[in-house]
Design a binder for this molecule. Sequence first.
Ligand SMILES: [Zn+2]
Length: 55
Amino acid sequence: MAMELERECPSCGAETFYRAGSTTLHLGEKVKWHCTECEYGFVKINGIDSSETPA
Ligand SMILES: [Zn+2]
């Protein structure tokens, strides 16, 4: 599993997120990604983006 993700941050415009943590749920794996440049974060569950959910 990659520890970094290329994605444009909607908050500061940086393009790298790091994997801040993960939790295994009955739904699958929940991974928290965090911007390297600001406080913005989001989660993915089973690889599905859940950007609307505050991390
Ligand atoms: Zn950012």
